[in-house]
Write a new protein. Structure first.
Lengths: 364, 280
C-alpha cells in the first residue's frame, strides 16, 4: 500500500500536470492557412541607387564598401555572384529571422525573397524599402488600397506613424492577417488617451480608461476581437462599423438598420412580440425588447439601454441616458431581481418584469 | 486547522484546477463545465435521426448557424478546412440549424460552404431552448464525457485557431497553458524589436571582418555594441577574437574573462579561445 504522504504527493503532481500529463503526440506543423491570392514575386530593381542619389537607408556592409560580405569579390565594380542563394544570405547576419519565420503566419513574399520589398544595397526609403511603405503594400493589396482611398470614414492608423506596420508585421506573425497583436491589444494600445480625435475632429473614447472603469464587457471585447464590429482599413458606416447601425438615439425600427447587431444576435429578439426563449428581458412571454424597440416612431436603438463596449452592471445596462439638449442624464435605475428585473423612476414610472417563476428560482 | 486538513484543502484545490475545464463564456442555459444531455435530431433533408454528441468520440464539435448570415457562412467555410487537421482523430462534427428556416435555403447555404459534416435540424428549437443558444454562429466543444469545454461565439480573427485549440484540449493533446497560448498569441515583434537582434547583427559583421582579415573593423563593431550594452557577452567574445587576431593576447584574455563573467555558459568556449591565443 502506498503510504498516505506519498499518495498525496502523487495526486498533487498529477493535478499540477493536468491534461498535459496525458498529452498525445506533438502539435501539427505550422502551415500557411488559406490560399494566398497576391503575387509572391515582385518586379523590382535591386541594384544600388545611381551615384549622386541620396539614400534614406543603406546596408551597413554596402556603405562600408565591403562587398565581400555577400559577394564572392570585394571589388565594387565586379563583385561577382552572391555567396548564398536567396534569403539564406540575409539570415546569415539577420539571425532573428529564425524566430520570425517560424511564426504560424508568414507573408509569402517575404518567404520567397527579402528582396521583394528590400533593396539589399541602399534605398531612398527607410528600412531599405523599394518604395514608400504604404505604396509598397498597396502595390499588391489593391483591394485594401481601394477601401482606404474610397471609404467615407477613414482610420488614422493607416496614415500615421508606422502606417500599415502599426498593426501588421510584414514578415511573420502569430495571428491571422499578420497582426502583431490581437485586435483589442492593437486598438486599446492607441485609443488610450483623452484627446484623440477622429478624422472629422470628433473626440474619441479613451478605451483604456473606459474598460478599466467598467468591468462588464461585450463578448467581442472580452475576446479581444474589435474587428468583429469595426473595419480597420476604412468604411462607410460611422465609427468604422462593419455593418449598419443607427447613429441616433431614437430611430424607427428597421431590420436593416441593425445589421451590425444581427451579425451575431438573433433578429427575432426584437421582432417577436411573444417569446419564452429568445430573451430574458420579458414579462412572462411578453417580449420587452419588442416593446421598446419595435416602433415606427421613437423606437429606441440598442444603445438607449445598453452600453456597447462595457458597463458597470449586468447585461451592460447603462446607468443613465442623455435627456434633452442641456446634457442632463436621466438615471435608468435598473436592478436585477431573482425573477427578472426592475427599472425605477426612469424614462417611465417604476416597472418590474418577471421571466421565471419564483418557485423555479428557489428550486435551483 | 490541522496540517493534515490543510494538506487536504491544498490537494482538493489542485485537483479542482486540474479537472475543471477551461473557463470562458457560456450559452444562456449551460456553461463551460456543465455536462450536456444528448439529443436526437433529424438530418437535413430527411433520413434517420442522429445524436448531436457521439459517445465514440473524445471530442464533440457542434456549430449552431443560420442561413443568409455572413458570419455563419464564413464560419462554416472556415470549418470546412479547419476540420481537416483532425482527419482520423476521434472528433465528431455536426452543424445544427433551427427548424424555422426553409430546408431549401439551408441546403443551398450548406452546399455553398463546402462542409462535409452532417447538418442536423432542431425542428422545434428544443435544443436551442435547452442550451440557451442566443448567438450565431456559436461553436461548442465537449470532451468524451459530454462536458462542455468551450463555447465560442463568432470571432473575426483567429476563430479557427481558437476552435482547434479547444478540440486539441478535449482530445487531451494540450493542456490549459497551451490553450491560453493559442487564445492569446505572443506579440509578433519587428526584427529590430527582437531582444539582442541589432547587437547580434553587429557581432555577425565583426565575425565576417575577422574572416576577411580585418580585425580592427571587427573590434570597432564590438566596441560599438558595448557602448550601447556593456553586458552583451557575445560582443566581449568578439572583441576578444578581434584583439587576439591582432596579437593582443593579454587584452583578449581580459575580454574573454568579462564575457564568461557575464555569461558563465561560455566557459568552455572561452577556455578554448584562451588556449588558442596563448599558443600564438
Amino acid at each position: 500500500m502506498i503510504p498516505m504522504k506519498r499518495w498525496m504527493v502523487v495526486v498533487a503532481l498529477v493535478a499540477l500536470a493536468g491534461p498535459a500529463a496525458v498529452s498525445a503526440g506533438s502539435p501539427p506543423p505550422a502551415s500557411l492557412p488559406g490560399q494566398y491570392k497576391y503575387p509572391t514575386v515582385r518586379k523590382v530593381n535591386n541594384k544600388p541607387l545611381p551615384e549622386g542619389e541620396k539614400a534614406g537607408s543603406s546596408m551597413a556592409p554596402f556603405s562600408a564598401g565591403d562587398c565581400a560580405f555577400c559577394h564572392q569579390s570585394n571589388d565594387p565594380k565586379n563583385p561577382g555572384p552572391v555567396k548564398k542563394e536567396g534569403n539564406a544570405l540575409c539570415y546569415s547576419c539577420h539571425e532573428e529571422f529564425q524566430e520570425i519565420m517560424a511564426r504560424r503566419y508568414k507573408h509569402p513574399p517575404s518567404v520567397t525573397a527579402c528582396c521583394n520589398c528590400h533593396n539589399p544595397h541602399n534605398a531612398k526609403e527607410k528600412k531599405l524599402l523599394h518604395e514608400e511603405q504604404t505604396a509598397q503594400c498597396f502595390d499588391c493589396h489593391k483591394q485594401i488600397k481601394s477601401i482606404a482611398e474610397t471609404s467615407t470614414v477613414k482610420h488614422g492608423a493607416l496614415t500615421t506613424e508606422r502606417k500599415c506596420a502599426n498593426c501588421h508585421n510584414p514578415h511573420g506573425a502569430n495571428i491571422e492577417k499578420l497582426l502583431t497583436a490581437l485586435p483589442f491589444d492593437q486598438c486599446v494600445g492607441c485609443h488610450a488617451v483623452d484627446d484623440m480625435k477622429d478624422w472629422n475632429g470628433v473626440t474619441l473614447t479613451n478605451f483604456k480608461k473606459l474598460l478599466e472603469e467598467n468591468k462588464v464587457w461585450h463578448k467581442p471585447v472580452q475576446s479581444k476581437d474589435c474587428s468583429a464590429c469595426h473595419r480597420t482599413h476604412g468604411g462607410n458606416n460611422f465609427r468604422l462599423l462593419v455593418a449598419e447601425y443607427p447613429a441616433q438615439f431614437y430611430a424607427p425600427y428597421d431590420l436593416k438598420a441593425y445589421a451590425l447587431c444581427y451579425g451575431c444576435h438573433n433578429e427575432k429578439v426584437v421582432s417577436a412580440e411573444q417569446t419564452t426563449t429568445l430573451t430574458n428581458f420579458r414579462d412572462g412571454s411578453r417580449n420587452l425588447h419588442y416593446l421598446h424597440v419595435h416602433k415606427t416612431e421613437r423606437g429606441r436603438t440598442c444603445r438607449a439601454c445598453h452600453e456597447v463596449h462595457a458597463a458597470k452592471q449586468a447585461f451592460r445596462i447603462r446607468e443613465s441616458v442623455p435627456y434633452g439638449s442641456a446634457g442632463w442624464q436621466l438615471k435608468i435605475n435598473f436592478t436585477k431581481t431573482p425573477t427578472g428585473g426592475t427599472c425605477t423612476k426612469t424614462c417611465h414610472e417604476t416597472k418590474t418584469y418577471v421571466n421565471k417563476p419564483l418557485s423555479a428560482q428557489n428550486a435551483k | 486547522m490541522t496540517r493534515r486538513r490543510a494538506a487536504m484543502w491544498v490537494l482538493g484545490t489542485l485537483l479542482y484546477l486540474a479537472i475543471w475545464p477551461l473557463a470562458g463564456f457560456a450559452f444562456a442555459a449551460v456553461g463551460v463545465g456543465d455536462v450536456l444531455e444528448n439529443a436526437e435530431l433529424p438530418l437535413l433533408g430527411g433520413g434517420s435521426k442522429n445524436t448531436f454528441l457521439s459517445s465514440k468520440s473524445l471530442a464533440n464539435v457542434f456549430v449552431f448557424f443560420r442561413p443568409h448570415q455572413d458570419h455563419s457562412m464564413d464560419t462554416l467555410r472556415a470549418l470546412a478546412s479547419c476540420d481537416q487537421e483532425f482527419n482520423g482523430k476521434p472528433v465528431h462534427w455536426v452543424a445544427i440549424v433551427s427548424g424555422s428556416f426553409p430546408v431549401d435555403d439551408v441546403k443551398a447555404a450548406v452546399s455553398e460552404t463546402g462542409i462535409k459534416m452532417p447538418v442536423l435540424v432542431d425542428e422545434d428549437d428544443a435544443l436551442y431552448r435547452r442550451l440557451g443558444v442566443r448567438l450565431h454562429p456559436t461553436v461548442g466543444v465537449t470532451n468524451e464525457k459530454f462536458q462542455l469545454v468551450a463555447y465560442e461565439p463568432f470571432h473575426e480573427i483567429n476563430y479557427c485557431d481558437r476552435i482547434r485549440g479547444k478540440i486539441r484540449y478535449a482530445l487531451h493533446e494540450i493542456g490549459e497553458a497551451e490553450v491560453d497560448k493559442v487564445d492569446n498569441p505572443q506579440r509578433a515583434l519587428m526584427p529590430n524589436q527582437v531582444k539582442g537582434a541589432v547587437a547580434n547583427r553587429h557581432v555577425k559583421m565583426g565575425e565576417m571582418y575577422i574572416g576577411m582579415k580585418q580585425p580592427e573593423k571587427a573590434a570597432a563593431e564590438a566596441r560599438q555594441i558595448l557602448a550601447e550594452d556593456p553586458r552583451f557577452a557575445p560582443a566581449h567574445m568578439l572583441l576578444g577574437d578581434a584583439l587576439a587576431a591582432q596579437g593582443h593576447c593579454d587584452e583578449a584574455q581580459a575580454s574573454y574573462g568579462t564575457a564568461q563573467q557575464i555569461d558563465p555558459s561560455l566557459a568552455a568556449a572561452v577556455q578554448e579561445k584562451r588556449h588558442a591565443c596563448g599558443a600564438h
